[in-house]
Write a protein that binds this ligand. Structure first.
Ligand code: SAH
Length: 369
């Protein structure tokens, strides 16, 4: 499919997983009402494609699958970590490309096994964070709720495909391509569908934002207390303006006030994400500034060793630096984890599978120092 005119904003289509029960009822309006229940259970209880819902007569299966063909066509699948990390590149029906990652975490002494899906909420992203592969390639369009939900359904189909696997998606993180709070409609519709119809609890759903203050304030009063992760990356405005340009619109002071409002309203601990970039934000004074913000909010800090991207000239921090930085945070009582860079050898980390992007190098952010 040819790419549409980039100058014109594109609309997200209506796809199978966008439809609620009422809309499905309209599609099957001449059928007894239990047919809608069978279809619904097939889609959301069993994660079947319409063709596979054999409780429905063949003609109905055909009707549904012809009216609503899959929104996602697999363009690439990469498997690593012995099958525990799978990344897909999907082509949407209008030719846009997005990514989804499924990660299996075995049980530990304190937690059960987890299967986490990382979903995209937009094709491309308008936030232009300098170190992010998606940000470097620009914005195409929002995803519809159905396009977000279908990513989880496809991951679940993979997770349960082999009898010995029988894995069930337990967590969904809105941390793939795009800015979820810039597409609140699509994102929140997906949150509701995953929670209400697929049965994933609010504590197992995490929205990650670059720091869109109005969106954070809406989450503070939302009816479902999902987890909030904020991509901080810098704890002073001069540096954050460069790394995360939306900081110029909502600087750290306003962002922290919104985070405080969220924490007060929900009593849910926020996670601050921090991609460690060599000589940019990995010094002890950066850790100390971050610790001051994190301690004020009792926030958890998730350190992400930077994944190199073609459009960003700086490297990730060394292993030693990452550990020294996390130790510095722990020394002052900040709850800190280091994210394992799942799938980095298959370009599965952070918008890197979509290979066709063109990017122009940005100026060297070390010059801010
Ligand atoms: N727009 C949202 C969600 C998508 S990005 C947000 O900004 O939070 C998910 C996380 O990956 C963010 O914390 C983002 O800053 C981080 N990230 C992006 N590119 C990265 C890279 N090259 N290396 C490490 N982390 C990166």
């Amino acid at each position: 499919m040819s790419a549409p005119d980039p100058g014109r904003p594109r609309q997200a289509p209506t796809t199978l997983y966008d439809l609620g029960r009422t809309a499905l009822g309209e599609l099957l309006e001449h059928e007894p009402s239990y047919r809608v229940d069978q279809l619904w259970d097939g889609l959301y209880g069993q994660f079947r494609t319409p063709e596979e819902i054999t409780t429905l007569p063949a003609a109905l299966r055909r009707l549904v699958s012809e009216a609503f063909p899959p929104a996602l066509a697999m363009a690439a699948e990469s498997v690593t970590d012995g099958g525990d990390t799978v990344k897909w590149l999907w082509e949407l029906r209008d030719g846009a490309a997005i990514e989804t990652v499924l990660m299996h975490y075995p049980a530990t002494a304190t937690t059960g096994a987890r299967n986490t899906v990382c979903v995209s909420t937009q094709a491309g992203c308008a936030m232009a964070c300098s170190f992010c592969a998606t940000g470097q390639s620009g914005f195409q369009r929002h995803l519809s709720t159905g396009e977000i939900v279908e990513q989880v359904v496809r991951a679940q189909q993979h997770a349960s495909a082999w009898p010995e696997r029988r894995r069930r998606v337990s967590n969904v993180v809105f941390m793939g391509m795009g800015e979820p709070l810039a597409n609140m409609g699509g994102t929140w519709g997906a949150v509701r569908r995953l929670h209400d119809d697929i049965g994933i609890g609010a504590r197992h759903l995490t929205i990650s934002t670059v720091g869109l203050v109005p969106g954070i304030r809406r989450l503070a009063t939302a009816e479902l207390p999902v987890n909030l992760a904020v991509s901080l990356h810098a704890a002073d405005d001069a540096l954050r303006d460069v790394l995360v340009p939306v900081n110029r619109r909502w600087p750290l002071g306003e962002l922290m006030e919104a985070c405080e409002a969220y924490f007060e309203a929900t009593r849910r601990r926020i996670t601050f994400e921090w991609a460690l970039i060599s000589e940019v934000n990995d010094r002890y004074e950066d850790a100390d500034r971050l610790a001051a913000l994190a301690n004020r909010l009792q926030a958890h800090v998730n350190l992400i060793p930077l994944n190199p991207t073609p459009g960003y000239p700086v490297r990730g921090s060394s292993r030693n630096r990452v550990h020294a930085f996390s130790q510095r945070l722990r020394d002052v009582g900040v709850n800190t984890t280091i994210r394992d860079t799942r799938g980095s050898e298959i370009d599965a980390a952070c918008g890197q599978l979509r290979a066709d992007h063109t990017s122009t190098p940005v100026h060297d952010p070390r010059s801010v120092r």
